[in-house]
Design a protein around this ligand. Sequence first.
Ligand code: HAM
Length: 427
Amino acid sequence: MKTNAIQSIKGFKDILPSEIKYYKYIEKIIFDISNQYAINELRLPFIEKSELFMKSIGDNTDIVNKEMYNFIDKNGESICLRPEGTASVVRSVIEHNLVYDRGLKKQKYMYYGPMFRHEKPQKGRYRQFNQFGIEYFGFSDTNSDLELIILGGHVFDKLGLKNIKLHINSLGDKNDKKKYAGIVTKFFTSIKSKLDDYQLNTLNKNPLRLLDSKKDNIKDILEQIPTMTDTLSNESKTRFNILLDKLDAIGIDYILDNSIVRGLDYYNDTVFEWRDMSLGSQNAVCAGGRYDSLVQNTGGNDVPAIGFAMGIERIVELIKNIDISFDEQQFVIPIISTLAETESYGVELATSLRHRYPYLSFYATDSSASLSSQTKSALKINDTFIILITNENIKDKSITVRMKENKMNDTILTNDELIKLMDKSYG
Ligand code: HAM
C-alpha cells in the first residue's frame, strides 16, 4: 500500500473474501435455526434518534456516556449510529403496533447486522461489529427464558463450538436492583480507599457495574460481597429457581455468576452471558436477559420481553480454530478469449452457459491480456477444465476446450458437443 493512501477508520474493519466464508457459514446456521423456532426477521435502520438509546440503555452506562456515535443531522436533530439492536426493535414494534393492538400480541423477532460503539479497539472489540439478536415480546413465562437459552446453545452446538459456557444471574425486579445497588454501594464505600478513580466514578454512577470489574484490586472484595440472588424478592427468587430447575432437568450446564449485571439498564430478572475464556478479556459471545419494562418505558404498552445478541466477530474468531468443511468448493470454469475489442463471442458463450448451468461458476479472464497470461490465470483457477475461444473458433463458431483427461491439449468442439460434454460431466 502507498503511504499516502487513505486507510480505514480505527476500529472499523474490512471483511475480506478470506473471512467471508466464516460469516456466511455462521449466517446460514443463524437463519436456519431462527426458522426452526418460527422467528420472524426484522430489518431496521442503522441510524436512530439518540434519545431512544439514552432513555433505554441508561444515562449512566458506558454505551450512552462514552460510546455512542452521535451526530447533529442537517435539520438539527440529534441522531446516532445504533449501538445495539434491542432498543431499535422496541421502537419498531411500538411504532407498527406489532406487539400490542387492543391487547397483547406475542411475537418473536430476529435481526442481524452492524452495531456501532466508540469503544477502545482491541482483539474482539470493534467500533463496528455485527450482532445476531433475538427478541421475544409478550412472553413472561420461564419457558421463554429457557427456549432462548436452548436456542443460543443450539447455535453454538451447530457451529461446533464446545467450550462456550453459560453464565447466569438474576437481577430481580426494580426494587431488588435498587436494594442490591444500595448493598453494593455500602460495601464499596467502606473500602473506598482501595478503589481507583474509575471505580470511584462507577461507584457513584452505576455501582452494580463494579461487580463485573476484572481489576485485581477488588477481586478479593468481590468474593466477600453478598450475592444478588440472596437479596431477591420472593417472587423473583422463585422465578429464578424454577428456571434453574428446568435447566438442570434438561441437562444444560450453567455457572451462577454474580458478576453478570449487564452494562445496559433495561434488564430485570434473568440475565445471562455465554462466554468462551479462550477469547481473553472480550470473552462474551452472546449476552441478554429479560427487559419487562422497556416497551412501556419507551412509550408502548405493558409488554414483557426477553432477548439476547451474539457478537459475530467473536464467533468468527472461535470457528477459525475448528475444522470446518465449507461447501465452497464450487466448480469454476475459466473462459479465455482473445480479440476483446472486436468480438464478444466469449462473453456470449459464458452468458448462455451461466443460464444453462446455474450451479456452476464461469470466470471470464481479461481478454485484453495475452493468451499465455490468460492461460496462466485460468490454470490457477482450474487446472482440469478450461474453455478457450480463439480466432479460429470465432470463424467457424466452434469452441476449444482443454481437459485433464486429454492432458490439457486442445480439443475443438461444436456448441452441441460442448453441451453434451458438460451435461455428461456436470449435468
Ligand atoms: P451487549 O452485551 O452489549 O448486549 O452485546 C451483545 C454481544 O455483542 C456481546 O456479548 C459481544 O459478543 C458483542 N459485542 C458487543 N460489543 C462489541 C464490540 N465492541 N465488538 C465486538 N463485539 C461486541 C446487547 O447489545 C443487548 N442488546 C443484548 C440483548 C438483546 N439483550 C436483550 N436482547
